[in-house]
Design a protein around this ligand. Structure first.
Ligand code: GDP
Length: 195
């Protein structure tokens, strides 16, 4: 995919604020600090469009980007902050529930995890939640540059088994630093969006 045009569309906290469902959509989810913004910036070849390291406590929004006028990326707020309040957690849950149940143009979800560590309990809950909503998931194990090449398969196996990734879903090795996996991920996105 050659990205020629990226526009920030809107930030939303509720369905009334989402863009009209005029384009197929991919959502991107992941634990905070996992490398989701870096992955988005790598995919769209921009340095800093998706805000890196959004801090806990800030207003949590779903940020929509229009790519090549062909698709939307929906960047959903990171989960798994250790110290956020109950009310923020509850608001996050409500927002996710609304988005993932109501968004008809959503074709698949990219769930970003850290290759270096087994997926956390929050990662597992997120994957189960997405499967409960019958959404196709592409699990992207990022920061591969931090693991020696000879150990990639071993770490991927841990990711796959811990999340209990279903046979229909994909698992991709990725690095925003080396851009490893970028083409493979774009191909999958195009396939899911039927572009
Ligand atoms: P987000 O909170 O999930 O959006 O995470 P960020 O994209 O802000 O990344 C969190 C930290 O991980 C930053 O310091 C990034 O530079 C670093 N990071 C992200 N992706 C990679 C990667 O593929 N390789 C390495 N080595 N560092 C990464």
């Amino acid at each position: 995919m050659k990205v020629t045009q990226v526009e920030f569309e809107v930030s939303a906290v509720k369905p009334a604020q989402y863009p009209d469902e005029v384009l197929p959509e991919i959502a991107l989810a992941g634990r905070s600090n996992v490398g989701k913004s870096s992955l988005i910036n790598c995919l769209i070849e921009r340095k800093n469009l998706a805000r890196t390291s959004s801090k806990p406590g800030k207003t949590q929004t779903i940020n929509f980007y229009r790519i090549n006028n062909q698709m939307f990326f929906a960047d959903v707020p990171g989960y798994g902050f250790a110290r956020v309040s109950k009310s923020i957690r509850a608001a996050w849950g409500k927002m996710m529930e609304a988005y993932f149940t109501e968004r008809k143009s959503l074709k698949a979800v990219i769930q970003v995890v850290d290759l270096r560590h087994p997926p956390t309990a929050d990662d597992q809950s997120m994957y189960q939640f997405l499967k409960y909503h019958q959404l196709p998931v592409v699990v992207v194990a990022t920061k591969a540059d931090k693991i020696p090449k000879g150990k990639w398969q071993k770490y991927l196996k841990v990711t796959k088994e811990t999340l209990q990734i279903q046979p229909k879903d994909h698992l991709i090795l990725f690095s925003a630093q080396t851009r490893q996996g970028k083409e493979e991920l774009w191909h999958l996105i195009e396939e899911k969006l039927e572009l």
